[in-house]
Design a protein around this ligand. Sequence first.
Ligand code: ADP
Length: 260
Amino acid sequence: MSTQSESARPLVEAINVTKAFHGNEVLKGIDLHVNPGEVVCLLGPSGSGKTTFLRCINQLETINGGRIFVDGELMGYRDQGGQLYRLKDKEIAAQRREIGMVFQRFNLFPHRTALQNVMEAPVHVKRQKAATVRADALALLDRVGLADRANHYPSQLSGGQQQRVAIARALAMQPKLMLFDEPTSALDPELVGEVLLTMRELAEGGMTMIVVTHEIAFARDVADRVVFMDGGVVVEQGPSREIIARPQHERTKSFLRRIL
Ligand code: ADP
């Protein structure tokens, strides 16, 4: 939920981002800005480049052209007089720590409890004291509604619960930005709601979020803005209710007709 004035510096600013895989250009000049506290949903047909774009923001993919800034910092590169130099792996890892990402598959450590999964990065990456991390991790599990599951292993949790642990794990690094890549599409239908509710609460708490999803009701009710992508370009974007109720572009209209 947007709380900042329009004049605030965007937390995410992507300028003319291009990305190709083996000569096949899948992002053809994406421009996007996301203000602090804003929730943006990326919609569009399969193969339109949504996941790739999200992965580019988080440096899981290297862009071929354009620039991505997160909180004013150029991602992946140093700009020296207009010349770009790739950052060292360590510097990129430091940038990535500021961004939380939740994937379709939760990828929890199977031999660690929910609590240990949430504590892992603050203890081993940030080298924070275990006692502090433990208290913070328990508070995060409570926040995602899983205080009573702290000592359960992933195999003892439902898919929805595992995904909520994955959200708590990402939050444990106190990210500036959360990226969600189809976080509910691997779940049984009856488990989708609890994960969307957790995401909604996170949004209401002021977290800046970019969410790739096919959950149109979530996009309409929770996102401030939707961005519709097709064929590696942004076709249309605007306030979520407006775009979903009255899409202007033919490609957006036919996508929404198919999905609703
Ligand atoms: P979406 O998230 O909208 O479904 P993706 O970003 O996953 O779209 O994919 C966009 C295009 O990029 C697809 O044609 C996909 O096959 C291709 N692609 C994605 N990742 C890779 C990769 N690692 N290697 C080659 N092609 C890829």
